[in-house]
Design a protein around this ligand. Structure first.
Ligand SMILES: Cc1cc2nc3c(=O)[nH]c(=O)nc-3n(C[C@H](O)[C@H](O)[C@H](O)COP(=O)(O)OP(=O)(O)OC[C@H]3O[C@@H](n4cnc5c(N)ncnc54)[C@H](O)[C@@H]3O)c2cc1C
Length: 429
């Protein structure tokens, strides 16, 4: 039997591919529901993603899976307008034209920005970029003005306090992905799923169960057991032991290294060199739309949050009691006490800043509040990241790894998890 640790997208798609090859598979998930970082929660009486998620028409592997599950009709093409809040004003930057005519930029800066986008497209070998930070590369190639006015706010919105440590490769890939998506000529589109990703995970779970995959929920793995450096079983938190021949772990390395047998000390230390970000996301259902943008990057010093997601694009107000869903997301470095704040205090703290962006904003407009706080949501792509990535195989025989830390240089999106899961199964099973 092959045991898969984790019932997020990676674990479930691994199970799907392995079952198709005739293997006996058990997925073990510590939480009561599947989905991991793409799971869902209650916002009042409504189901919403614990984090905001979109799918693009470039996500071929994920779209193929959605098609195989027969839920293609649930995809909803949406408009994901992007905006900037800077010096008290809102600016649109959804299209390359808006991006390049962003008013705070001088003509010289616009020219250099255009050149950077063209240069990024021309780069074929990203390995050199792995040796410098994104801040250094973006400043060098597009100038200090563009860095301060455009890139730094975008990076702050995405990586929070870790933005200075992000490696150039990461931003290079994002710039190319974004410019392809924002380019109307490529016919690119962005989708959400009507009913949220719960619809996708419910369909996947149903298919796996029908195919004979065993799924254990509320089952935390405490230890991986070995015999003569070969996988022999796993120990669950209820002290139950499961015998298995092979294990694939899909969980964050920051959690995985605690499960390893004691004699894997050196390997475990190497894994822990990859650092992770935590995230705290306040989710609101509002009586009115907060802004016309899906993603609003905050480029104002002193703001306690850096990105606002107008998720009414994902969750149509007619399905949400005529309410507009909004995510206020903040990435955190390890040990930030902000992670422990409660939802009411967080909303009260954010309100004066929300009013600066939208002067009509008032607490009375808030219909429901929910809060997601999660550790190790994303690996931090720091300098020389490629050298830190562990291989699919581990030093323990029959123990494999497939987690977001191995997805590189592309961003850790759902599609990449499906693609890499397919690669691992193709290579080793
Ligand atoms: C704020 C935010 C926004 C995002 N937006 C998008 C987006 O728009 N589009 C997109 O494609 N992607 C997006 N992503 C990325 C996407 O959510 C992740 O890449 C994906 O969910 C990772 O899936 P995974 O299965 O690899 O890991 P996880 O989802 O972390 O799954 C791992 C699972 O393992 C379980 N587990 C952990 N420890 C144990 C244990 N000891 N025993 C048993 N089970 C255990 C966990 O509970 C979890 O369910 C976003 C992520 C974040 C944080």
């Amino acid at each position: 039997m092959i045991a898969i640790i984790g019932g997020g997208i990676t674990g479930l798609t691994l199970a799907y591919f392995l079952k198709r090859k005739g293997h006996k598979v058990t997925v073990i998930e510590k939480d009561a529901q599947l989905g991991g970082n793409a799971s869902w929660t209650k916002l009042g009486e409504f189901d919403v993603g614990i984090f905001y998620h979109v799918v693009t028409n470039r996500d071929a592997c994920l779209l193929n899976l959605i098609k195989e599950l027969g839920i293609e009709d649930k995809l909803l093409a949406i408009n994901t307008k992007m905006g900037f809040f800077q010096k008290g004003k809102l600016y649109p930057i959804s299209t390359p034209k808006e991006f390049l005519s962003f008013p705070p930029l001088s003509w010289g800066e616009r020219f250099r920005l255009g050149m950077l986008i063209l240069q990024s497209k021309a780069i074929r070998d990203w390995r050199k970029l792995d040796e410098i930070t994104a801040a250094e590369w973006l400043t060098r190639t597009s100038g200090e003005g563009n860095y301060k006015k455009i890139w730094q706010p975008i990076m702050n919105a995405k990586f929070g306090p870790a933005s200075n440590e992000v490696v150039a490769t990461d931003m290079w890939f994002r710039i190319n992905r974004l410019s392809a998506l924002r380019n109307r000529n490529t016919g690119s589109s962005v989708y959400s799923m009507r009913g949220g990703l719960k619809v996708f995970f419910d369909a996947l779970e149903k298919r796996l169960i029908l195919d004979g995959v065993k799924i254990l929920k509320n089952s935390k793995i405490e230890k991986i057991e070995t015999d003569k450096n070969r996988v022999s079983g796993i120990l669950l938190n209820n002290r139950e032991r499961l015998v298995c021949d092979k294990i694939i772990s899909t969980i964050a390395l920051a959690d995985f290294h605690n499960l390893l047998p004691e004699d894997c000390g050196e390997y475990a230390n190497a894994l822990s060199r990859i650092r992770y970000l935590d995230n705290i996301s306040l989710i609101l259902r509002l009586k009115e739309r907060f802004s016309p943008y899906y993603q609003l990057n905050i480029a104002e010093a002193g703001f306690p949050f850096t990105g606002i997601i107008g998720a009414d694009a994902l969750y149509p107000p007619e399905d949400f009691g005529k309410g507009y869903v909004l995510y206020i997301s903040k990435y955190l470095l390890k040990g930030d006490s902000f992670l422990n704040i409660d939802k009411e205090s967080l909303l009260d703290y954010y309100i004066p800043y929300l009013k600066k962006i939208c002067p009509g904003f008032d607490k009375k407009l808030v219909l429901d509040i929910s809060l997601t706080r999660k550790t190790n949501v994303e690996p931090l792509h720091s300098l020389n990241y490629a050298k830190l990535i562990p291989s699919f195989e581990s030093p323990v025989q029959n123990l494999y790894l497939m987690c977001t830390a191995q997805i590189y240089p592309e961003p850790t999106v759902l599609n990449a998890s499906v693609e890499y899961a397919g690669r691992l199964v193709g290579q080793f099973f």
